[in-house]
Design a protein around this ligand. Structure first.
Ligand code: FES
Length: 296
């Protein structure tokens, strides 16, 4: 299992390398390169380089191998903050036992299946000394559920007397599988969940989990799918479609009385629709469709 952890780390780096190679082909490549070089030339100092890392401590054998005694305490030295996933947070499971024994600040993902009493017990077990900064609860309910679930969870934690920091992860609970089998998210779902979170000023510091969101936004920014026209006649400064009424009539005659024009800019028969809008809509959570002209 340990090697699987390393494999995923390597895959993540490859993912970043993929972005860089995309950037190389971009029209903005020169300015990105200049920015990167300017950053690289900045003098190194501990103050400028202070940053913190975090990851899910899921592979227990890997995490244990990276755990060391520091003085009288034990720390997972693979990251500053390590978190427990929503699927590995059961009180009687090995992950909780491991996390009880380390002194890192820790996070717990809180999903829609978490019961109020369960959460109360969990925060008490993980932070028995009620230390400030020890525990972060990372909500990932999914769009449409936060408003119903969060008040009960806040109340349960208040009753426990355990101090926690709340963080909203609007990305994790909103996964969908696109038609190309890749897991992705609809940005509107992420925003819906974030906006559902009403901050309770009496008990909370709320943050946003932006790690995956940043990657998501970056991919959106770099993706060709964000262009209105990703590939039709890109050599032209402007793609304009001009048709005379006679041409439209002829198209209708040969097409059961209809002329169907593409408005999604994905058709291989542009300016006519070939049905590609369906695939595009599924992948991008959009709702584009053609312009249909009919004789009656
Ligand atoms: S293919 Fe573009 S609207 Fe149908």
């Amino acid at each position: 299992m340990a090697w699987a952890g390393y494999w995923h780390s390597a895959a993540t780096l490859n993912f970043l390398r993929g972005y860089i190679s995309d950037l190389k082909g971009s029209e903005h490549a020169a300015s990105y390169t200049a920015d990167a070089q300017a950053i690289a030339q900045k003098p190194l100092s501990s103050e400028q380089l202070e940053f913190f890392t975090s990851h899910e401590a899921m592979q227990l054998d890997l995490e244990e191998a990276l755990t060391r005694a520091v003085g009288s305490k034990y720390y997972n030295l693979s990251a500053h903050l390590v978190w427990i996933g929503d699927r590995t947070r059961q009180l009687d499971c090995a992950h909780i036992e491991y996390f009880r024994g380390i002194s890192n600040p820790i996070g717990v993902k809180v999903g829609p299946s978490m019961k109020n009493d369960e959460l109360k017990d969990l925060v008490t077990v993980l932070n028995p000394k009620k230390e400030e900064g020890r525990l972060m609860l990372i909500t990932r309910y999914g769009a449409g559920k936060a408003e119903a679930m969060l008040p009960g969870h806040i109340q349960a934690v208040k009753e426990s007397g355990v101090p926690v920091t709340w963080q909203c992860d609007g990305v994790h609970g909103n996964g969908v599988v696109a038609s190309n089998k890749l897991k992705t998210r609809c940005f509107d779902d992420i925003m819906t969940e974030i906006l559902e979170v009403k901050v309770d000023p009496t008990s909370l510091a709320i943050g946003l989990g932006l790690g995956a969101l940043a990657g998501f936004l970056l991919s959106k920014a770099l993706s060709k799918s964000t262009l209105v026209n990703p590939g039709i006649d890109k050599a032209s400064e402007k793609v304009a479609t001009v048709q005379t009424l006679k041409q439209v009539e002829e198209t209708m005659k040969s097409n059961d009385g209809k002329a169907v024009f593409c408005r999604c800019w994905r058709s291989s028969k542009f300016p006519y629709c070939d049905g590609s809008h369906g695939k595009y809509n599924k992948e991008c959570c959009d709702n584009t469709g053609p312009l249909v002209l009919k004789t009656a």
